[in-house]
Design a protein around this ligand. Structure first.
Ligand code: FRU
Length: 488
């Protein structure tokens, strides 16, 4: 199906009432629906928005276009949770229904303020000539989940010298004021992050460009996210069109980060920032959001999907999912990403335990499991997930812990997509006994290496009979496998 602009931006209420029901019926037959990840009921999901803790619950929203698997008229879809793994769908909460967001309620963040949740987001507007206008907007959500938009924009236009590619405000408290960092593009078409400051959430002053690198950040920065803790400052962002010699990447656009010793708000800069690094070594992570929870943990969640690439489920009129929630730790200016402790609540029963002397191939009943592997020092080998009886299909993970190398190949994992960006991701890890903790959920795999030193996330689209796990290794190992329960 070819989507016209008119269709993609058609107001939701003008769609035939049966449209969504029909999509849902077809999607119910998909072999790639997820068991315990956040996925759209219909249509397309992209960035996580407003990840927060409010009114004794976790909240996350996501960018949603419910009418099909394309980037159309976006809204915010809302979910709540008591434990970060069981999510309750609360429905679409912020609709593109005002003068300032008529062509999309774009990405943003949420912050609890007294007894309400303040939402900051970008209103996307196209004028009669289809020229983009970007407004930074605010809304209040009360404890019953009702959203009231603030009528006048928080910021009506980008400052002089910047284009209307100006979006994705991240709102946070800093000392006794509020700050917002916003993705931007200057008139020379360079990616920038602008910082704004406010004492009342309604009037905002531009503090200028956030300083965090002396390199050029491509043509646009999307989804900036600055976390300032007492020990460090972590900036996560998506630089589009970044030169790969600044930070090597193979995905269409990378999701990168830098860590500073701290943030100097006076000078609006990170102190002693590291070079850019990839947040994820896999194929599909973008638009990650993180915040410091009231229990002090730094928690993150990502879009698992990339802009401008077709995925096999597009045919089924749904696309993408959110990652599991991760806990971020910063030690010696290094970032560690671990599955949040609550993930254990998904385990069903006792683990199946195995080692080099037991079977090296087994079938999992479903592709919903957690696999933990600890290898002897200097081990080399290949782990294949989603393999079949003939063992000629699957996602292969080659590891060489002597040289600290990992290569993941998804070319034989199932339906082929994203060919242009390659089938293999190779990266280095510390040279020490390798530990892998892997979460598999029908069409997504999240691989945590050496307690979160590196993470690799990817979508794969296997056939239903591809439920085998095969491990070939020159050294000894201990393995555990838990079936995980479905939450969807
Ligand atoms: C990133 C992004 C954001 C924008 C949103 C629109 O994926 O392009 O910059 O706000 O998606 O859905």
């Amino acid at each position: 199906k070819v989507w016209t602009k008119e269709e993609r931006y058609r107001p939701y209420q003008e769609w035939d009432k049966t449209h969504l029901a029909l999509l849902q019926e077809n999607i119910a037959n998909s072999k790639w629906r997820l068991g315990y990840h956040i996925q759209p009921n219909t249509g397309l999901l992209n960035d996580p928005n407003g990840f927060s803790y409010f009114n004794n619950q976790w909240h996350v929203f996501y960018q949603s276009y419910p009418m099909g698997a394309v980037h159309g008229l976006k809204s915010w879809y809302h979910l709540t949770s008591d434990n970060l793994v069981d999510w309750k769908e609360e429905g679409t909460k912020v609709f593109p229904d005002s003068l300032y967001d008529s062509h999309g309620v774009y990405s943003g963040t949420a912050l609890p303020v007294s007894d309400q949740l303040f939402l900051a987001y970008t209103g996307n507007v196209r004028d009669a000539e289809w020229v983009r206008h970007s407004y930074q907007l605010g809304a209040w959500m009360d404890d019953s989940g009702t959203v009231r938009k603030i009528e006048t924009p928080l910021i009506t236009e980008p400052p002089t010298g910047y284009t209307s590619e100006f979006r994705d405000p991240q709102l946070f408290r800093y000392d006794d004021e509020y700050l917002m960092v916003i993705g931007a593009q200057n008139e020379a078409e360079k990616g920038k992050i602008l910082t704004y400051q406010s004492s009342d959430l309604l009037t905002w002053q531009c503090k200028g460009e956030l300083e965090f690198t002396d390199k050029e950040m491509g043509f646009m920065i999307e989804c900036p996210n600055l976390l300032v803790t007492k020990d460090a400052a972590l900036l996560i962002f998506c630089p589009q069109g970044l030169e790969p010699d600044i930070c090597s990447y193979e995905n269409i656009y990378p999701n990168t980060y830098v860590i500073g010793d701290s943030y100097d708000s006076e000078a609006n800069r990170l102190i002693q920032p590291t070079a850019l690094k990839n947040l994820d070594e896999g194929f599909d992570v973008y638009a990650t959001q993180a915040f410091q929870a009231p229990d002090n943990r730094l928690l993150s969640i990502s879009w698992v999907g990339l802009p401008e690439i077709e995925y096999p489920t597009d045919q089924e009129e749904w696309a993408h999912c959110l990652s599991s929630v991760k806990e971020l730790l910063i030690k010696d200016k290094k970032l560690y990403q671990r599955p949040v402790a609550e993930m254990k609540q998904l385990r069903v029963g006792e683990a199946l335990e195995f080692n080099k002397d037991s079977a090296s191939f087994f079938e999992t009943d479903t592709n919903q499991y957690e696999l933990m592997l600890s290898f002897d020092p200097l081990s080399c080998g290949t782990l294949t997930l989603f393999t079949n009886k003939e063992q000629n299909k699957g996602l292969t993970i080659n590891f060489d812990s002597q040289h600290g190398k990992i290569a993941i190949d998804r070319s034989q994992a199932g339906a082929v997509f994203g060919e242009e960006y390659g089938f293999i991701r190779s990266f280095s890890v510390e040279q020490k006994p390798l530990e892998l903790q892997i979460f598999v959920d029908s069409s997504i795999v999240e691989i945590f290496i050496n307690e979160g030193e590196k993470v690799a996330t990817m979508r794969v689209f296997p056939e239903t009979h591809q439920t085998g796990v095969h491990l070939e290794c020159d050294g000894g190992y201990q393995g555990k496998l838990w079936q995980l329960r479905k939450t969807n």
